[in-house]
Design a protein around this ligand. Structure first.
Ligand code: PLP
Length: 404
């Protein structure tokens, strides 16, 4: 099949824009007339320096990232950030209490709204295990709010959060890729908006933006301590993870380790080391960064920047959800997330009624719709509408759903 014969609704790795792939194919063979492919050039040479610096500048421009935040190109995927944010923020906390002879393990407040925030919470629990039986744990992760009883089909309302006064940090996942819930834009008046104002003053806020990064503006970056996102949804191929971190949180973790009471921090996970070395402490994932740089250029030049992207994504979401709501009213299917404000625009989940899922998927396949099967842990159907999925593809899927 040719690429233009199919509509790819993959949840990630997700489709990339055709013009970007065409450019990347050329660069893979011969970067900018050097006679050398981009993956064969030194990551310390001027060509790659130009690529990574250009990517950072364009990302700052697209998302209006304030100057007091560092932008890091890290490795190990979103999963590595589950531990990196824990390790760096505990080290930061320890250094702030450097003279405290009775340093006590801090609480950490997790907002658990789906599979990915659950995994992040579990990793914090695992890394908190005391260094020896009977010793103090490194931290006390707790759940500040959760929608687990509702099977992660909605979000907490502001008064359902129970933050602790002096947590090492508060953690949430902006868009739950598997379950299909997404916080309304930061600062919105919706009852499901993340309640920044309820977080005790001075407590750092961490957000996993992996699957909604670059889908719309992030209006309250400065309310966050750290925002991170794996590339493989809206940015580029898997391999690089962007970490946006407030500069005062870039601490020397070795100094914290010497004080005791914190876990060992592998050097590759230390944000300060990455920042001091402009993300080139060790060999970076050059191909992923290169394609991401091309995507960023493309988003600015061809897609109307972040406002243009957000507008298209909103139209895509409206087209699909209205077809789904119509089909639900006829008893054909069930949309997983009922509250409109809690619905994800990137990952739309639904369940076909009447034992007809196989029939639905076969019909979809025959029409060129690909990768619609829900995550293996929850089943059902999931249509992911990342930036490279066109409004026309979404309208075609909506028509199929209406006719099913
Ligand atoms: N967080 C979210 C919201 C995700 O969607 C994913 C992966 O899909 C991850 C974290 C984990 O990312 P990775 O597979 O890059 O480790």
């Amino acid at each position: 099949l040719a690429r233009d014969q199919i509509h790819n609704f993959a949840a990630g790795p997700s489709p990339l824009p055709q013009p970007v792939l065409e450019k990347a194919a050329v660069g893979l063979l011969n970067y900018d007339g050097t006679g050398i492919g981009v993956c064969e050039l030194s990551h310390r040479g001027k060509e790659f320096k130009g690529i990574i610096e250009g990517a950072e500048a364009n990302l700052r421009k697209l998302l209006e990232i304030p100057d007091n935040y560092a932008v890091l190109f890290s490795q190990g995927g979103g999963t590595t950030q589950f531990s990196s944010v824990f390790l760096n923020l505990l080290a930061y906390r320890r250094l702030k209490h450097a003279s405290d002879a009775n340093y006590a393990p801090p609480t950490i407040d997790y907002v658990v709204t789906g599979s990915w925030s659950s995994k992040a919470y579990q990793e914090a629990e695992r890394l908190s295990i005391p260094p020896a039986p009977g010793a103090k744990p490194f931290a006390e992760p707790r759940i500040a709010a959760t929608t687990k009883p509702a099977k992660f089909t909605t979000l907490p309302k502001a008064d359902e959060y129970n933050f602790s006064p002096e947590a090492a940090y508060v953690y949430y996942c902006e868009n739950e890729t598997i379950n299909g819930v997404e916080f309304p834009p930061a600062g919105s008046q919706s009852p499901y908006a993340f309640p920044f104002d309820r977080v005790p003053e001075g407590v750092p806020i961490v957000a996993d933006y992996s699957s909604s990064f670059l889908s719309r503006p992030i209006p309250q970056i400065e309310r966050h301590a750290i925002i991170y996102a794996g590339a493989q949804k809206n940015l580029g191929p898997p391999g690089v993870t962007i970490v946006i971190v407030r500069k005062d949180l870039l601490v020397d973790t070795t100094e914290a380790m010497k004080l005791g009471g914190v876990p060992a921090v592998p050097i590759q996970s230390e944000f300060k080391t990455l920042a001091d070395n402009k993300s080139l402490y060790n060999t970076p994932p050059v191909f992923s960064i290169y394609v991401s740089a091309l995507v960023l250029e493309y988003l600015l030049a061809e897609r109307g920047g972040i406002a243009g992207i957000a507008e298209t994504n909103s139209a895509k979401g409206d087209a699909l959800y209205s077809a789904l709501d119509e089909a639900e009213a006829k008893g054909k299917l069930r949309v997983v997330v009922k509250e409109k404000d809690a619905r994800s625009l990137m990952n739309i989940t639904f369940v076909i009624e009447g034992d007809r899922e196989k029939e639905f998927l076969e019909g979809a396949e025959a029409r060129g719709f690909r990768q619609l099967k829900g995550h293996r842990s929850v089943g059902g159907i999931r249509a992911s509408l990342y930036n490279a999925v066109t409004l026309d593809s979404v309208k075609a899927l909506a028509e199929y759903i209406k006719s099913f």
